[in-house]
Design a protein around this ligand. Sequence first.
Ligand SMILES: NC(=O)c1ccc[n+]([C@@H]2O[C@H](COP(=O)([O-])OP(=O)(O)OC[C@H]3O[C@@H](n4cnc5c(N)ncnc54)[C@H](OP(=O)(O)O)[C@@H]3O)[C@@H](O)[C@H]2O)c1
Length: 287
Amino acid sequence: MQLKKILLLHVCLPLGTESSDSFSFYLFCCFVFLQVSSLRGKVALITGASSGIGAGTSVLFAKLGALLALNGRDVQNLQKIAKQCVECGAPLLVPGDLTDEDTVRKTVDQTISRFGRLDVLVNSAGILAMGSIETSDLAQYDKIMNVNVRSVYHLTQLCVPHLIKTKGSIVNVSSVNGQRSFPGVLAYCMSKSAIDQFTRCIALGKINIIFNRNPGVIITDVHRRAGLDEDQYAQFLEKCKQTHALGRPGEVDEVAHSIAFLASDAASFITGVNLPIDGGRHAMCPR
Ligand SMILES: NC(=O)c1ccc[n+]([C@@H]2O[C@H](COP(=O)([O-])OP(=O)(O)OC[C@H]3O[C@@H](n4cnc5c(N)ncnc54)[C@H](OP(=O)(O)O)[C@@H]3O)[C@@H](O)[C@H]2O)c1
């Protein structure tokens, strides 16, 4: 038998005979499914919504009934994504660069004045850049830290008072690069480690449900934007067959579904976790 995936699921199910165990598991699955579908009426602010994981998450959240406020810098792309998210009315667009403090404040203020509440914050905006300790400069370090860490810190800080009121949740999009060391992406790895620790530390405040999702390689524009040409990108994706236990890179939709689960009521007793959505990459040491 070929195993597709192996998961360790820590759940408490009623004990009993084998058949009642199966029945309990069936009921549990139905319960989880219904709760995952329960983004209905939740107000979600999603960053990075103009591309890749944030865009896919926006489209899925709309299908699951969430009311959306979307941030990205590229207004045209943001509008294109917004057109695919009309199930619960047109999303609020709050475009702008999140390293600009006024933009961050405006993003939160406009979301609250439009919807009057906030239930979910998805921090997906981020950038990747290549460089080692020998080849990268401080300008690159500052740029990555400003986008991937400082802006997340600031936006989260402004959203937390609203999320406390709704007992809402925060999903941070980190990376397997936060947990493992990879050559040639030094500042990026450091930025994602900071987000992993940020997630655990704010979860200690017991104020909300806070999660990290740590994707492996997901097919989006992020690697080409970091400088890989088409040939290099094709080779990189080919190598994913060895570096990911499931033998392939991931798709945006696979990450979006995990974000929807974490933002849903089905995840109400999970907080401060780093959840790898990486086809097993975090567990690999390919030679
Ligand atoms: N794809 C992967 O393999 C992978 C793996 C692990 C983790 N991740 C993480 O997943 C997240 C999303 O990445 P992705 O793959 O979806 O990349 P992507 O397609 O390049 O999307 C990145 C998003 O971030 C936004 N963004 C970048 N800088 C910004 C800024 N200063 N202010 C506001 N928005 C900004 C972009 O907006 P504009 O396009 O409008 O400029 C875009 O919407 C990132 O945090 C990334 O580190 C990705």
